[in-house]
Each structure stands twice: as C-alpha cells, then as structure tokens.
Design a protein around this ligand. Structure first.
Ligand code: CUA
Length: 333
C-alpha cells in the first residue's frame, strides 16, 4: 500500500499548514508567541533533565547514609523555583497572550472603522458555506469550502453557524475564532504570499468534525478578480448528450432539492452551491479529490465516505446515469 497516498487526504492537518509558518500579519504575531512558549518549554525540559541526571551521577552511597539536606535552604529553593519563578513566567505569558488577543477584535463593535465584510462564512455539519456579498445582488454569489482572497490585502470575514458551534482555523493566516449559532463573530485575515492555505474546523462539532476542512486560496488581484467574475456567472450550459442527460437527471432527481445550480431550476439551499463545483480543488469539505471517481463515489456512497453527513447514498442511478451525472458536474467550471 502506498503510505503517502493513504495519508494524502489528511495532509492538510500537518506541517505544510503549520502556525509556525505564518504568511500574514496576525499569524506572524501568533507565531512569535508560539516560538516563545516552545523555547520556554525546551528550557523546562533541560532543567528537568538536569534534575534527573545530576543526582544520579553525583549520588554516592544509599540515601540513608546521607545527612539530612539543608532544610532551610531547600525550602527557599522550593518557594523560589517551584512557585515564584513559574508565577512570573505564567503571568508574563498570560499578559502577552491577552495583549495579542486584544489586537484581534472579533466583535463588530470593536472592529476598526474600516471594517467591511467581504465574505460571510457559515458553518454547517460538516461544511463551510461562503457568501461573497458584492455591491449588488447580481454580484453576490455563494460557494463552499474554498475561499479565494486577494493577496496582500486584509479580508474581513463574518462568521456564524446554522447548527452547532464550529471554529474557523487557518493556522498560517490567523488564530481560531468560533462560529456560533445566532451570533456574529469576525476575523480579519491577510495572506502576504500567493498560495493555498489549508484550514480546518477547530471545535468538535459531531461525527465528521475531522472532515470539515477549508482552503483559502490567496491570488494576485488580477487572478482574484477573474475568479470573482467567473463565480458570479450562471452555471455553464451542458455540452454534449451525456452532460445534457446528466443535467436532466440532476434537475428531476433528489439533487435539486438540496443543491443550487445558478441558471437552472435547482435551487436547494441546505447543501453546498454547485454552480461552479468543477472550479473547486476538492469535494466533501476538502476531504476527497474533485475527480470523476470520487464524485461518483460521493453520489452513491457518501455515507461510506463521510458517515452521518447530510448527503444520502443515491443508489437509484444506474452506471450510465451516474456517468452522465458526473459528466455534467465536471462541466460546472
Ligand atoms: Cu465543525 Cu468541528
């Protein structure tokens, strides 16, 4: 078995997206704090190692043969080393942490006056719904699980939830902020280098919490503008008999009850908007590749790929119908 390929779907959780590799101003500040704590932790480990190793090296004879230690001096060391020093270090870290947090306001009243919602992000069990408001209704669109932002610019995100508490976390861009039902929180992210930054839901939210991942794609202003314009368009018309049949199946079957495809009669709002599904890198909240095999498997076996998710196993399609349906979905660039 190819071990790397097996782990690939989980790679988003690991090192490439580490908070210690910041690409934006907020993550930068947080990483300084993280490094400070790692260094203090390492110092503690070194001191502990000395405490274990040195007595073992220098001890002579059995414990009973020793005179009692200097009780007075010993107690002073315990007071200073075991209470006063840790209290100073922990207070220092606490104050640094609070100072860092106060620089990242997460409630509307405390956001700076330049605050402008560019993206609205709604948590669902277990996917992310993104709304790009735009200046008017025709510019507004929805997408899922993959945010695009312009590089080098602050982007304000308004966060809320449809069901339970989730938490937005893209470690290379910022710390965590919860998505709470009935309450709006805010986060301002900024990526100073173009790239794709993996994130995840950081608050346990049910069976598939681990498969609730997010991608943030930071692009040059031109590429971002091109992406916006592409997403604002209605869905592509099906080309060829296969995709045309696929669209008919989509619209007449259960798919259209839950999913929306702009420009068609499919107007469901409880599941991800599929208008430009083929433009996204991955499916199922970024847990599987967006290719023919995984789309087919997702349609027929979603409950195996992501047990208890809202997507049912649609086993009513035969092989040809499934192929046509996937052909249509793959044209939704
Ligand atoms: Cu959503 Cu954990």
């Amino acid at each position: 078995m190819n071990f790397v390929a097996t782990l690939a779907p989980y790679s988003i959780m690991f090192a490439p997206n580490s908070a210690l590799k910041p690409v934006g101003p907020a993550a930068d500040k947080i990483s300084h704090l993280a490094w400070l704590m790692i260094i203090l932790f390492l110092i503690t480990i070194v001191v502990m190692a000395f405490l274990i190793v040195l007595p073992a090296i220098f001890r002579r004879g059995s414990l009973e043969e020793h005179d009692p230690i200097d009780v007075g001096g010993g107690q002073t060391w315990i007071t200073v080393g075991g209470f006063i020093v840790p209290a100073i270090v922990l207070t220092f870290l606490f104050v640094l942490g609070l100072t860092a947090m106060s620089r990242f306001p997460m409630h509307e009243g405390r956001m700076s006056s330049g605050m402008h919602v560019q993206i609205r992000l709604t948590g669902h069990q277990w996917w992310w719904e993104a709304t790009y408001p735009g200046d008017n209704v025709t510019q507004q669109f929805k997408t899922a699980n993959e945010l695009h932002i312009p590089v080098g610019q602050p982007v304000d995100i308004e966060l809320d939830s449809k069901d339970v508490i989730h938490s937005f976390w893209v470690p290379q861009l910022h710390g965590k902020v919860d998505l709470v039902p009935g309450m709006k929180n805010y986060i301002r992210i900024q990526a100073d280098q173009p790239g794709t930054y993996g994130g995840t839901c950081a608050e346990y939210c049910g069976a598939q919490h681990a498969k609730m991942r997010l991608l943030v794609v930071a692009q040059s202003p031109e590429d971002y503008q091109a992406w916006l314009e592409g997403q604002r368009k209605e869905s592509a018309l099906p080309e060829g008999p296969q995709a045309t049949h696929g669209q008919q199946l989509f619209l007449s079957g259960p798919c259209a009850n839950c999913h929306r495809i702009a420009g068609t009669l499919a107007g469901g709002t409880v599941a991800p908007d599929l208008t430009h599904l083929a433009s996204r890198q991955r499916i199922a909240a970024n847990t599987y590749p967006n290719d023919k095999a995984h789309l087919s498997a997702w349609i027929t076996q979603a409950q195996s790929l992501k047990p208890q998710c809202q997507m049912p196993n649609l086993t009513q399609f035969n092989g040809i119908e499934l192929g046509d349906l996937v052909a249509y979905l793959q044209q939704l660039k």
